[in-house]
Write a protein that binds this ligand. Structure first.
Ligand code: TRP
Ligand code: ZN
Length: 849
């Protein structure tokens, strides 16, 4: 079985389950190397099924006994499950299996982390716990008894009985197995309380390892804010008397929305000013909201099958981004989201791993928890809201909750709700779900007789398995500015539905300056030769904050491309315009900090590739360095003033205002460091009383090549704190010179604190290398080799995390022949490993194409 080529499964092959479940009783007799799981499941034939064949999923299980209606049976066992003859009527299945949580390094199913038992069942981990129809359209009411000596033993729902060596839980809400969870260990709780709008008293807890109690207050506050927000904005209340969150150190992803028992990667919930940056706080708040919001979008309404993953993930990401916008600054959140979308999703959509928001086939579902499903899935919902309007959007959502509560639903169900609520035909809109690839929209314009015309043309390049893409409906938000900066046309949504279309604006005195794709109203690439003067004008005058930021970014990007391609000097028009922007105290400091950011190395590599040049990662890095140096030189006075002006003297708070001030001051510090060699950064490092300030200063010192002493001091100060030490691993690599990055990363993999078994540490080290393109893609090939060495070692332990990290190679076709040869050699080295996991095999095969 293992050696056979991995077989894809197809959306088109969906068939309803043969048997449904009324309720499940599970008993766990916990033991690290020999946990017994007893199941008692009431099955009944599904009237809608096409077959009566009874089979259950199961992997790595030792079957001890099985019985049907009390009579022992001997099922046929395979590597992936069992089948058995069953009555053509309701029956009770009972089984006992043995599993070894302490030997489970894949972190899927029941495993151990620091002596604590915990589970991760999404997507298909429950089948590693017991034999079960492990598919999301089989929903059941779970009762769970946990037997063991752990002081705290948790599962979903409500605690119904507890005594010496046992705890019993009951979850009244039917759920698919992927939402099952169990946690047992020595844990302490940070308690909280929430009263829902209708008066339900909910007990809240954040459970952590002893010693982490002091890092829970912020998460608790974020949870309560999320609960209130979902009531106010979506009318959704919590539906149990208890809500538990548990922090776990060893976790493959960010967090998991198990019903009533969310499990979090400790990096995504634990926070304190001393150990967490402002960015960490913002991310923790968003992830807590995200998992909480899943209670309705994911749990009460779940997915029929994993092809529908975006139904819960796209919508829940969209909801958490709305939440963050409301809690903080909406424009800042939008800009951050678009930076991330372009960095991860556009990159994916333009390479060998491109796939639709709703894929039609996959080999390993774990490989489809992607930026496309999550982030593009959220963008698609944002477009839908733009097209139908806010009022209709919330009306459609009400109908969705009303119609599909308790269902395992599909994208068809979702779109039907919008069609029924608005009367709109969404046939063309559906292409956003079915077609992969990022549309390009080419824009030209003309002006005659007081009428301004925008000519738009859309085109989506081919992606694997999809050659021709018909035009999509694209909402393009446009505004027009007069030459004095006044807005002559407020934001208007142009609905593009054809391949080529023109839109007219009459009654204008002079040719206006267009502001196109305001708020990034669609996940597309606008192609337009605007010229530096127009970009500088929009950076100064655009009333749309996103496009104001975008204008500065484009100005920088075009200047950088000219530097890389033609050896041009830094563009004075950029230096002048960005300086004017930075000086403008009417602008939000957080916005100014973002506007001082530069396009990433990866963005520039993609742009060069799109323009027909193989990117040279070293040349890109040098151009960015040169521009940063020129800017620091040109902006000395501004930087000094901004730095002084935005020092926060009030007690630390991670709120938007304070973190914006720190972000701008630290952007200024980076400029100052290029002039003073690190004197100011060292002073900030020495006096910092929070991680944001400390880490920013350390980054500057490392950039200046003066970080050795601070790096050592940082380790001494924080060696007891694993999350801070993750930052220590990353920072040294991210700030290394290109020729040193792979060597430093390799040395760090030899450090006593490095371990392959902890995904956070692995990502902090190898992920940091892959996020430093000039280092990772260094001509020596040392970066490729180190990553490959580590992936080969990790794959037998943790296929999921290995496979995800393989996407570092997804851009290989952009590069020159030498680099392509170096990379493909490493990819073939991975493929040649005996017993390579299905996860990694699929990723590498798709990347090679
Ligand atoms: N459903 C989780 C979320 O988005 C994602 C997740 C957590 C996950 N852990 C996982 C997905 C493990 C696959 C495997 O909130
Ligand atoms: Zn999610």
């Amino acid at each position: 079985m293992k050696d056979a080529a991995p077989q894809p499964i197809f959306l088109a092959d969906y068939t309803p389950p043969a048997y449904l479940i009324s309720d499940v009783q599970l008993t766990f007799r916990l033991s690290p190397s020999a946990t017994r799981v007893l199941s008692r499941i009431s099955f009944r034939p599904n009237p809608d099924a096409k077959s009566r064949d009874f089979s259950l999923h199961g992997e790595n299980l030792t079957l001890i006994s099985a019985a049907i209606d009390g009579a022992p049976v001997t099922p046929t066992l395979t590597e992936t499950g069992l089948s058995c003859d069953v009555p053509d009527a309701p029956f009770i299945w009972e089984a006992e299996v043995e599993i070894a949580p302490a030997a489970n390094t894949a972190l899927e199913g029941l495993y151990m982390s620091n002596g604590m038992y915990c589970t991760q069942c999404e997507a298909e981990g429950f089948r590693k716990i017991t034999y079960y129809p492990d598919r999301p359209d089989v929903m059941a009411v779970f009762s769970v008894r946990i037997e063991g000596d752990a002081p705290v033993m948790l599962s979903n729902g409500n605690l119904v009985a507890q005594g010496d060596g046992f705890a019993e839980w009951h979850d009244p809400w039917p759920k698919p197995a992927y939402l099952f969870a169990l946690v047992a260990g020595e844990l302490v709780n940070h308690p909280g309380q929430f009263t829902t709008r209708s008066g339900r008293e909910v007990e809240l807890n954040i459970w952590v390892r002893p010693g982490d109690e002091g890092k829970c207050a912020f998460g608790m506050q974020a949870l309560k804010a999320s609960m209130r927000w979902d009531e106010e904005v979506y009318g959704r209340e919590y539906d149990l008397d208890l809500f538990n969150i548990v922090a776990v150190d060893d976790f493959n992803m960010g967090a998991m929305e198990n019903k009533g028992l969310n499990i979090f990667n400790s990096s995504c919930v634990l926070a304190s000013p001393e150990t967490s940056t402002d960015a960490n706080f913002e991310r923790i708040e968003a992830i807590i909201a995200h998992e909480y919001f899943h209670n309705w979008t994911g749990n009460r309404i779940t997915c029929r099958d994993w092809f529908q993953l975006c139904l819960k993930e796209g919508l829940t990401v969209y909801r958490d981004s709305q939440f963050t916008s409301d809690m903080r600054s909406a424009p800042v959140k939008r800009i951050e989201d678009v930076i991330a979308l372009r960095a991860r999703q556009f990159r994916e959509d333009n390479g060998p791993l491109a796939h639709p928001v709703r894929p039609s086939s996959f080999v390993e579902i774990n490989n489809f928890y992607t930026a496309t499903i999550y982030e593009k899935g959220a963008e698609v919902i944002g477009m839908l809201k733009t097209l139908v309007g806010d009022e209709a959007y919330y009306r459609a959502l009400d109908l969705y909750f009303e119609r599909h509560d308790g269902d395992a639903a599909t994208i068809e169900d979702w779109l039907k709700v919008f069609e029924d609520a608005t009367g709109r035909d969404l046939t063309q809109f559906r292409r956003w779900y079915d077609d992969a690839g990022t549309p390009r929209v080419t824009v030209t314009d003309d002006f005659a007789d007081g009428t301004y015309t925008l000519h738009l043309r859309q085109h989506t390049p081919p992606t694997p398995g999809q050659e021709d893409k018909p035009p999509r409906v694209i909402p393009i938000a446009v505004g027009l500015l007069a030459s004095d900066g006044t807005e002559v046309q407020a934001t208007k949504i142009l609905e593009m539905t054809e391949e080529a279309q023109s839109f007219r604006f009459g009654g204008l005195a002079a040719k206006p300056v267009p502001s196109i794709l305001r708020g990034f109203s669609a996940p597309v690439i606008i192609e337009r030769d605007a010229g530096a003067a127009e970009r500088a004008f929009l950076l100064a005058h655009d009333t749309d904050p996103f496009n104001k930021w975008e204008a500065g970014r484009e100005l920088a990007r075009e200047g950088l491309l000219a530097m890389i391609r033609d050896g041009a000097a830094p563009d004075d028009r950029y230096l002048d315009a960005i300086q004017t922007m930075a000086r403008d105290d009417s602008l939000d400091p957080a916005f100014r900090a973002l506007a001082l950011g530069l396009p990433s190395q990866d963005d520039l590599a993609q742009a060069l590739h799109d323009g027909g040049t193989a990117p040279d990662p070293q040349a890109i890095w040098e151009a960015l360095e040169t521009l940063r140096q020129a800017r620091a030189q040109a902006m000395q006075d501004v930087a000094t003033r901004l730095y002084a002006q935005h020092q926060v003297t009030a007690p630390y708070s991670p709120d938007a205002a304070q973190s914006g001030a720190r972000a701008l001051a630290n952007a200024a510090l980076a400029m100052i460091t290029r002039i003073d060699g690190g004197a100011q950064a060292q002073r900030q490092y020495d006096s910092a009383d929070n991680m944001t300030q400390q880490l920013a200063a350390l980054g500057c010192l490392l950039q200046a090549g003066n970080g050795a002493a601070a790096t050592a001091a940082f380790y001494d100060q924080w060696q007891h704190d694993r999350l801070v030490i993750d930052k220590w691993f990353s920072l040294q690599i991210v700030n290394a010179a290109p020729q040193d990055a792979a060597r430093i990363a390799r040395e760090l993999t030899q450090h006593p604190d490095f371990t392959l078994k902890n995904p956070n540490r692995f990502r902090a080290t190898l992920g940091a290398l892959t996020m430093s393109p000039a280092g990772f893609h260094h001509a020596s090939g040392a970066g490729y080799e180190l990553l490959t060495d580590c992936l080969i070692k990790l794959d037998p332990l943790n296929p999921q995390t290995t496979a995800r990290m393989c996407s570092a190679f997804e851009t290989w076709r952009r590069y020159d022949a030498d680099r392509q040869a170096l990379i493909t050699r490493q990819l073939h080295r991975i493929l040649a490993q005996p017993n390579l996991s299905r996860d990694t095999n699929e990723m590498v095969s798709r990347i090679l194409g």
